[in-house]
Design a protein around this ligand. Structure first.
Ligand SMILES: [Zn+2]
Length: 335
């Protein structure tokens, strides 16, 4: 199974998409301290490619590179049927037929003019396992990021809340696709991917253009104390990515001092407080740490959970959610 979201509240999910900037709902629900959003964060900078009923989101900075093709799918169009509506499910979910998913994938490649590229998905498992591919694998390898400099390969990650990140080294013609939920983010998967690009293919971080696609936003991504504590233990900057009683959750030996103060019997304690996590902000921090220039980082701003009209959200939709796909590859010939 390739889905990225899990039912447990502590797990991240995500997927992709763009077009508009942060939704009205998201704006209403959250207020961020100023100075945190990235240059290029505006959804207005993204473009929407229509092909039949399909709608594919693209970051202009990547779309402008002639030897490269990329896209973040939406749920629009497609041959799958969900709640009586046609939808573009790109993952092998329990509710959909394999042939239908394969037809959807062909439709995605066709919409991108990438029919002569070979799709290279992964069997994702929230890891920091990264592949450098020079040819299409026989079977999707188990991992959460892939890198290539070989024309004709279309790298792919699937999401339904987690953060899809596409990277392109515009100088050396190297591309990468990264799947980062909270576990992958905690394991610094995007930072490690850039490290591999440097080591294996000579990429310089200042030449990288990065696009983070639609994902569950801080507006909707509620997590428990275990996630806050794990991030606090790993990142000095973690506080900047959370909203809510972060300091209360990570401080002290007792996870919930209220239960002592209230003298309530076991089973009647108030629930532990929860916080909201902005996974894209955490990954942007890693991109900057890796040496990617701020002006080369582009984020769609779309929240999968706020925008189930356009995107899939495992958190919101559960088992009947589909999967979005983010793809990037080198064209076989220059156009
Ligand atoms: Zn949201």
């Amino acid at each position: 199974m390739l889905f990225c979201a899990r039912r447990n509240s502590g797990n991240p999910d995500y997927t992709v998409l763009v077009v508009n900037t942060t939704s009205a709902t998201a704006r209403k629900r959250r207020t961020r301290p100023s100075g945190r959003s990235a240059p290029g964060h505006s959804g207005a900078a993204w473009k929407s490619v229509h092909s039949g009923e399909l709608e594919i989101l693209q970051a202009p900075a990547l779309a402008n590179i002639p030897w490269l093709t990329h896209g973040f799918s939406t749920r629009m169009g497609g041959s799958s049927t969900l709640a009586g509506k046609k939808t573009l499910n790109l993952g092998f979910t329990g509710w959909d037929k394999r042939e239908t998913v394969l037809a959807n994938r062909r439709a995605l490649l066709s919409a991108l003019g990438a029919e002569n590229l070979q799709l290279a998905p992964l069997r994702q498992f929230h890891s920091d396992v990264i592949y450098v591919l020079d040819r299409p694998p026989q079977e999707p390898p188990r991992g959460d990021a892939s890198i290539t400099s070989a024309p004709g390969l279309l790298l792919a990650v699937q999401t339904a809340d987690c953060v899809p990140i596409l990277l392109a080294d515009a100088k050396r013609r190297v591309v990468a696709a990264v799947h980062a939920g909270w576990r992958g983010t905690l394991q610094r998967i995007v930072l490690k991917t850039i490290g591999r690009m440097q080591m294996v293919l000579g990429t310089r971080p200042k030449d990288i253009v990065a696009a983070t696609g639609p994902a569950i936003g801080g507006c909707c991504y509620e997590v428990g104390p275990e996630v806050a504590q794990a991030f606090a233990a790993q990142f000095a900057a973690a506080r900047d990515w959370f909203e809510g009683p972060f300091d209360r959750l990570i401080g002290g030996d007792s996870p919930n001092p209220l239960q002592w103060l209230n003298r309530m019997p076991p089973g009647h304690q108030p629930p532990l407080p929860r916080v909201h996590l902005d996974l894209r902000a955490a990954n942007r921090w890693q991109l900057l740490k890796a040496g990617v220039l701020p002006q080369n980082i582009f984020s769609s701003g779309l929240c999968t959970s706020c925008r189930t009209d356009l995107l899939f959200s495992f958190r919101r939709e559960g088992k009947i959610s589909g999967r979005l796909m983010a793809v990037i590859g080198l064209r076989r010939e220059e156009s």
